[in-house]
Design a binder for this molecule. Structure first.
Ligand SMILES: Cc1cc2nc3c(=O)[nH]c(=O)nc-3n(C[C@H](O)[C@H](O)[C@H](O)COP(=O)(O)OP(=O)(O)OC[C@H]3O[C@@H](n4cnc5c(N)ncnc54)[C@H](O)[C@@H]3O)c2cc1C
Ligand SMILES: *[C@@H]1O[C@H](CO)[C@@H](O)[C@H](O)[C@H]1NC(C)=O
Ligand SMILES: *[C@@H]1O[C@H](CO)[C@@H](O)[C@H](O)[C@H]1NC(C)=O
Ligand SMILES: *[C@@H]1O[C@H](CO)[C@@H](O)[C@H](O)[C@H]1NC(C)=O
Length: 446
């Protein structure tokens, strides 16, 4: 375990105070550094959309002392159901058996974005990290390095961490300009529905209470949803639109579904009712990118984490956890800093550790999304047949479960959920730490 503090505190500016930014700020603060967070939003806002905390993310939050709060506000994901879009018939399922979750040493939770944010915000402010709201970063100068704020100020520090999401300013600085990506025609909408209202409808009561993730698989589209807390249900629409409206690549907008003329005719009547009950609709544009060439500026003083570093499609399983994993990795690396000469190597090590992992996660997320929204045709039929064939096996209880089925289903998850960000840093350090220490000593001597 490496929960030490560095004897050499540096000053960090973190751009972006969402999940990645706050987690990074906390992790760096714990490592003994001085951190300021710059956030463009005007302050704590209440966002009811739900996010998921897979076991490896829950594990990190637990380590930060948040277990009892998580238990109070989180909902344990018991299973994923795949449903036929029109009838809602269940054609496949994945059950998160207790036995499996125990092996991961943490739960797979549904959390409300706003509540998780408040939890992290509390953690960070209590620790004494300075957060500046209403501060839009407009540019980063990688040499000093300096962050310019829209009000004309500029702030200088030792290292700038860009946790500023899809439209990252820090990424622009690292890559030397805008990045090109592919916008696809599916629009993404996040709807939040009060469970209080759902419970008044006999068709919807079930969904307001079941701790499960349901996905209705449509023709080239899908709708999926789950509870974020006992009070709010979140529904995600991934639907093609011939003329995708000009939404931004961020989470700041709201719209009304009626304006959009989406073709939802193929979907379960219950979903239509559910959509009518929504109190907020947040549209997000997603541009998919090839993995970025670099997450770190060549000066070694600016880097990106979270969605800025590896944009994962909106509301996918693992986007949030990647951000927290980045934070843990980064803080853990920088808790070992003993010499300014090591900064470059630590930053590069962060990139070496995180880039391959993130590429894998992003790929797997795209792959899963495409799998859920296949156009009707032979591939979709094969998918559905596969799900149906596995349904019976999946529903067996743990003791009589089919081993081959379990192995196949869980292989992927195990690789993803079992990742322990800190262990990876420990391993890296065991291998390279001594070399780095020798290098800085001999540099001093020459
Ligand atoms: C308000 C909000 C609501 C969300 N709701 C959901 C949800 O319901 N479901 C879901 O799955 N995911 C949601 N997300 C996304 C989710 O947080 C991310 O996918 C994931 O947690 C990775 O987060 P991130 O911190 O890397 O990026 P983001 O969460 O996108 O955070 C980026 C942060 O940087 C700030 N920022 C951006 N540019 C600048 C700048 N130039 N200067 C200063 N600050 C800047 C933004 O205001 C934001 O707070 C939401 C994000 C936000 C910001
Ligand atoms: C599925 O969508 C495609 C493209 O929009 C359309 O041509 C096709 O008729 C649809 N198939 C069914 C069975 O609805
Ligand atoms: C919607 O999200 C999917 C993945 O979640 C993505 O592939 C697609 O590009 C997004 N569509 C738009 C218009 O942003
Ligand atoms: C958990 O695993 C997912 C999937 O691989 C990954 O995106 C995420 O970063 C991991 N999170 C943590 C906190 O280790």
């Amino acid at each position: 375990m490496s929960d030490g503090k560095t004897p050499l505190p540096l000053s960090f500016i973190v751009i972006g105070g969402s999940i990645a930014g706050l987690a990074c700020a906390y992790s760096l603060h714990r490592a003994g550094h001085e951190v300021t967070v710059i956030e463009k939003a005007s302050g704590p806002e209440c966002r009811r959309g739900a996010i998921r905390s897979p076991p490896n993310m829950t594990r990190i939050l637990k380590e930060w002392g948040l277990q009892s709060s998580l238990e109070q506000m989180g909902i344990k994901n018991a299973r994923i159901n795949f449903r036929q879009c029109d009838t809602g018939e269940k054609i496949g399922t994945i059950i998160f058996h207790d036995q499996i979750m125990k092996a991961f040493r943490a739960d797979y939770l549904f959390l409300e974005y706003g509540r998780l944010w408040s939890l992290l915000h509390g953690l960070v402010t209590e620790a004494g990290v300075n957060i500046r709201f209403k501060s839009l970063a407009t540019a980063v100068d990688p040499q000093k390095p300096t962050v310019s704020i829209a009000n004309g100020e500029s702030l200088t520090c030792d290292i700038v961490v860009g946790a500023d999401g899809y439209e990252s300013v820090a990424r622009r600085c690292i890559l030397g300009g805008q990045t090109r990506g592919t916008v696809d025609k599916r629009c993404n909408f996040t709807l939040t529905v009060p469970t209080r209202v759902m419970k008044t409808d006999a068709d919807l009561k079930y969904f307001a209470e079941a701790p499960e993730w349901n996905a209705w698989l449509g023709n080239g589209s899908c709708i999926h949803g789950h509870l974020g807390s006992n009070d709010w249900y979140t529904l995600y629409l991934v639907i093609p639109s011939d003329a995708p409206p000009d939404f931004r690549e961020n989470w700041d907008g709201e719209c009304s579904l009626d304006q959009l003329k989406l073709d939802l005719g193929q979907y379960d009547k219950r979903l239509h009712k559910l959509m009518q009950m929504a109190e907020t609709v947040v549209p997000v544009k997603f541009v998919s990118h090839e993995p970025f060439e670099s997450l770190v500026h060549e000066s070694g003083k600016v880097l990106v984490v979270g969605d800025a570093a590896h944009p994962i499609p909106p509301h996918r399983d693992l986007n949030t956890s990647s951000a927290v994993e980045d934070a843990m990795t980064f803080g853990s690396m920088f808790s070992r800093l003993t010499d300014r000469d090591q900064i470059g190597s630590l930053v590069t090590a962060f990139e070496d550790i995180r880039q391959p992992r993130s590429v894998k996660v992003v790929k797997s997320e795209h792959h899963r999304l495409d799998f859920l929204s296949l156009p009707f045709g032979p591939e979709q039929k094969a998918r559905d047949d596969g799900l149906r064939a596995a349904l019976e096996l999946a529903q067996l209880d743990w003791d009589s479960a089919d081993e081959d089925y379990l192995r196949e289903t869980w292989e992927d998850y195990i690789a993803m959920f079992n990742y322990d960000a800190r262990e990876v840093v420990d391993d890296w350090w065991t291998k390279w730490g001594p070399v780095m220490r020798r290098a800085s000593v001999s540099q001093k001597q020459t």
